[in-house]
Structures are given as structure tokens and as C-alpha cells.
Design a protein around this ligand. Structure first.
Ligand code: NAI
Ligand code: MG
Length: 503
């Protein structure tokens, strides 16, 4: 058991276990690793084996207060730096992250159970890209001149909001942190992040890398549980903006606390994303597209997972069979093994939740479940949180599997007969995050794209979050955008009007 922080190595390391131990037991506050004020810590597990790989500081309101004070002090000097200089420093963080990408990929694979080759490396590289992208946007923090009256000059200027509180989940923790921290910093804010209790270590290494470039206090990271550490962060009077990714349930709590303080929030709360497949699609490409859209390689633990797939009736049977065959050929196993396509579920709690959905689906009259791929046989992985990918057909519209976010490797497939009925089905959801349409008739694809209720619609592809493309949902999927210039300007600055009368 490790309660005291050690020093992680400067150079990139491929020993993810030693790195996990070296990052154990600490928050990152004011440019240094510090243990929780209470002295408490909690275990971090490798979900592929169940073993304890490290510990995380168990943060509470006292730690929140220390971190927010540090951020508030640092913000005054940080906001005075020229915006391009701030951007250059953030871009430099991106270069450092890039140099450590393989190490971060291995660490995140160990900590979250996401397969190294198919998922974890992708995440580490996108993180570097996000920092580099926002790092280039310092000079875009522009205002306007406003025509008002003779002999007056009216302008708007973009100002930072102050200290930003960022709360992140465990599915792509480094990426989701980057989407918040990079634009917030470039815009002149400072940040306190609350990491997810299941994945607090890789994000801590990112902090330590950033600390080699940025002044102490500009960003701080706390680990801890939601009610004990996340809630006091949202409630702290000096936190002037909150950006949250996670469940709808917690999103509502965050929004209520923010309402009482009258501060802006960005909420990214998940989805139940439809994928619409017409018979004239490029069949093979679309079957592969369903696998990437559903994020089967991430065990479906994605807010944009295509968990409702609608297939035009003439190709329905062939499509389901082809999809099941492809998923069946995927390899489940040790996340760090290069052969592995699919790793594990993050935690025992999520494991039980997903299994509950699968059992309910199997017990539903008229439904058929196709369980694909094989659980690993390796003795070392006996306690691993592996779940076979499941493809369900024949579920009624009101099934919980069709209505609720499962956040596991479970998709539901339905036949449809015409564009109007599939549009109605696609929009019949409390969520509105992402959607995709697969057809060679672009006129039809575009017409649907305009009418689907979602923040992001892709035709004939379903890429993950990309720098420069606004990302964020409508309906219960959330509020506000991430990943773009627009996101930085609208969500991390406010516009001040200044008027000069020179008459
Ligand atoms: P969660 O919403 O409980 O946790 C997300 C973050 O919020 C964590 O850092 C957690 O510590 C924090 N948190 C929890 N309670 C809080 C509170 N009262 N005040 C402030 N912060 C708080 O999500 P959880 O329990 O990990 O997963 C449950 C479900 O949420 C998943 O099955 C999935 O459906 C959804 N989810 C959606 C994500 C997305 O990307 N939109 C990511 C993770 C989960
Ligand atoms: Mg929760």
C-alpha cells in the first residue's frame, strides 16, 4: 500500500505498473503532488485482473479549497500573459504528451481495461492533438467593434471567466480532460479538475507533464468521489464555471448547484445514438462502420455508441449476420496484449449494470440475443470484467435496452421500411448526442441529417471527437459544445462591452 507520493520518472517509461505506483496517493495542487488533507486514499484496480495497481488521494472539501485557492491566485498572472503566449505553452504541453504517448497509452490500458492497440493509443494521440489545436487559437480571442453613435467607440473584448471546475468520467479520461483544460487555459482561465474515481492515474501523469511547462496553480487535479469531492468543487464560490462529462443524473445535480450560484455550465451527458442503414449503402464499409460506431473495441463505453441500429428491411438479415460474424472474430483479452481488440468493462458496478441489461434483454419475449467473441481463457484474467458483445434483435420499442444508455457492449438492431418511419424512431429518444446515416443517396442522407435531433450527424462514417469540430448534444444529452474554437469562445470566456465617448 502506498500512501505517500513517489516521484515519477522524467523520461517516458514503458513500465506502466511502476508508473502507476509512482503516481499513487496524491492530488496535483499548485505544481506539486500532495496527499489528501485527511491522509486517506483509495485503491485503483486493473479491471482485467482485479489486482490493486495503485492508490488515489481521497479528496474532500478541504482539498477542494486548497486547489481552488491555488487556481485563483495563479489566474491573475496567467490572464495577464499575452493570449498567444498562453497558447504556445499549451501547445508545448501537447508536444510533451505526444512524446509520452506510448507510456500514457499503456497506463490508461492498465487502469481502464481499454485495449492498447485499438483504443488506448488512439486516446493518447488525440489528447496531444487537442492540446496542439487549442494552443494555436490564442489569437482568435477577438472581440468586435459595434456601431453605436458618432464620436463614440464601442468594442467588445473576450475575458476569461476565472477558475473553472472540470469533472470528468473514466471512459476516455485524458481526452475528456483535454477538451476542457486546453481551451480553458488558452482563454486565460485556470482549472481544477476532479478525476473519475476509477481512472485517476493517467490523468495525473498528464498533469505532471503539463507542470513542466505551465506555472504552478494554472491547473490542479483532485481525485476523490463524487459527493465528497466533486460536489464541493461545483459549490465553491470561487469556481466561476463548471464543465462536466458523465451521467444525466449527476449532470442535473451539477446544473442545480450552478443555478444557485448563477454560473455557466457545460454538460456532456451521454446518448442513445441511432445509426440508420439504407439498403443502397456500401455494405462491407457499413458493417465495419457499425463496429466502430458502436465502439465495440471500447466495450461500448462511449456516449456516442450506436446502440440503436436501424437497417432497411431488404438487407436486415444479411446485415445482422455479417455484423455478428465480424464481432465474433474480434479478440477479447489482456488489454496490454497487441493481439487484443476488446478489453474489459471499467468496474464491478458497471459490470453488474451491463449484465442486468443483458439478462433483461434475454428474458424479453420475442427478442433474440447474439453473444459474440469469446471470453478469455487465460487464468490471470479469470477475475477480469469481460463481457461478450451482444447484438439484440426483436426488442419492443419500450424496452429499457432501447430507451436507456447501457454504456456496455450491447447494441439493438431493428428493421425499417421507409425514411419517415426511421426518422421518427431515431428521434423518439430522450437523448440527442450523435447519429449516423449510411447511404449512397446523399440527397436522402442530407435530408435526414437535417431532421435528426442530435448535436452531431455523420454520413457514411462515425469518427470519434475531432479537434475543430463542435461536439455536444441536445435534449438530455447536454448543454454546450466542446472541441472547437466556438466552444472555447462561448464556454470559457465572457464578452465585455467597452464604450469610449471622444466627442
Ligand atoms: P457519474 O456521472 O456518476 O460520474 C462522472 C463524474 O462525476 C465522476 O468524476 C464522479 O466522481 C463525478 N460525480 C459523481 N457524483 C457527483 C456529484 N454529486 N457532484 C459532482 N460530481 C459528481 O457516472 P458513473 O457513475 O461513472 O457512470 C454511470 C453512467 O453514466 C454510465 O453507465 C453511463 O451511462 C453514464 N456516463 C456517461 C459518460 C459520458 O461520456 N457522457 C461517461 C461516464 C458515464
Ligand atoms: Mg455515479
Amino acid at each position: 500500500m502506498l500512501d505517500r507520493p513517489l516521484t515519477p520518472p522524467d523520461a517516458p517509461t514503458l513500465d506502466e505498473r511502476a508508473l502507476a505506483r509512482a503516481l499513487s496517493g496524491a492530488h496535483f495542487i499548485d505544481g506539486a503532488f500532495v496527499p489528501a488533507g485527511s491522509g486517506r486514499s483509495f485503491a485503483v484496480h486493473n479491471p482485467a485482473t482485479g489486482e490493486e495497481i495503485g492508490r488515489a488521494a481521497d479528496g474532500d472539501g478541504t482539498d477542494v479549497a486548497t486547489a481552488v485557492e491555488s487556481a485563483a491566485t495563479a489566474q491573475r498572472a496567467w490572464a495577464k500573459l499575452p493570449a498567444r503566449k498562453r497558447g504556445a505553452l499549451v501547445a508545448k504541453c501537447g508536444a510533451l504528451i505526444s512524446a509520452h504517448a506510448e507510456e500514457l497509452a499503456r497506463l490508461i490500458a492498465l487502469e481502464t481495461g481499454k485495449a492498447l492497440r485499438t483504443e488506448s493509443r488512439v486516446e493518447a494521440n488525440v489528447v496531444a492533438d487537442i492540446f496542439e489545436f487549442f494552443g494555436g487559437l490564442g489569437s482568435e480571442l477577438k472581440g468586435e467593434s459595434v456601431p453605436f453613435a458618432p464620436d463614440t467607440l464601442s468594442v467588445t473584448v473576450r475575458e476569461p471567466l476565472g477558475v473553472v471546475g472540470a469533472i470528468i468520467p473514466w471512459n476516455v479520461p485524458m481526452l475528456l480532460m483535454a477538451l476542457k483544460i486546453a481551451p480553458a487555459l488558452v482563454a486565460g482561465n485556470t482549472v481544477v479538475v476532479k478525476s473519475a474515481e476509477e481512472a485517476p492515474l493517467a490523468v495525473l501523469r498528464v498533469c505532471e507533464l503539463m507542470n513542466r511547462v505551465l506555472p504552478p496553480g494554472t491547473f490542479n487535479m483532485l481525485s476523490g468521489f463524487g459527493p465528497e469531492c466533486g460536489a464541493p468543487l461545483v459549490a465553491h464560490p470561487k469556481v466561476r464555471k463548471v464543465t462536466f462529462t458523465g451521467s444525466v443524473e449527476v449532470g442535473r445535480i451539477v446544473y442545480q448547484t450552478a443555478a444557485a450560484k448563477i454560473i455557466p455550465v457545460t454538460l456532456e451527458l451521454g446518448g442513445k445514438s441511432p445509426m440508420i442503414v439504407f439498403a443502397d449503402c456500401d455494405f462491407e464499409k457499413t458493417v465495419m462502420g457499425a463496429i466502430t460506431s458502436m465502439r465495440f473495441t471500447r466495450q461500448g463505453q462511449s456516449c456516442t455508441a450506436a446502440s440503436r441500429i436501424y437497417v432497411e428491411r431488404p438487407i436486415f438479415d444479411r446485415f445482422v449476420a455479417a455484423l455478428a460474424a465480424k464481432v465474433d472474430a474480434m479478440v477479447m483479452g489482456d488489454p496490454l496484449d497487441e493481439k487484443t481488440d476488446i478489453g474489459t468493462i471499467i468496474s464491478a458496478g458497471q459490470f453488474e449494470k451491463v449484465r442486468g441489461f443483458i439478462e433483461e434483454g434475454r428474458a424479453t419475449k420475442g427478442a433474440t440475443a447474439l453473444a459474440c467473441s469469446r471470453l478469455p481463457e487465460d487464468a490471470a484474467l479469470r477475475k477480469g470484467l469481460f463481457i461478450q458483445p451482444h447484438i439484440f434483435t426483436g426488442l419492443p420499442d419500450d424496452s429499457r435496452l432501447v430507451r436507456e444508455e447501457i454504456f456496455g457492449p450491447v447494441t439493438t438492431v431493428f428493421p425499417f421500411d421507409d425514411a419517415e418511419s426511421v426518422l421518427a424512431a431515431a428521434n423518439d429518444s430522450e437523448y440527442g448526442l450523435a447519429a449516423s446515416v449510411w447511404t449512397n443517396d446523399l440527397k436522402r442522407g442530407l435530408s435526414l441529417a437535417h431532421r435528426i435531433e442530435a448535436g452531431l450527424v455523420q454520413i457514411n462514417q462515425n469518427l470519434v471527437v475531432q479537434a475543430n469540430l463542435s461536439y455536444g448534444g441536445v435534449k438530455s444529452s447536454g448543454l454546450g459544445k466542446e472541441a472547437s474554437l466556438e466552444a472555447m469562445l462561448e464556454h470559457f470566456t465572457h464578452k465585455k462591452t467597452i464604450m469610449v465617448n471622444y466627442g
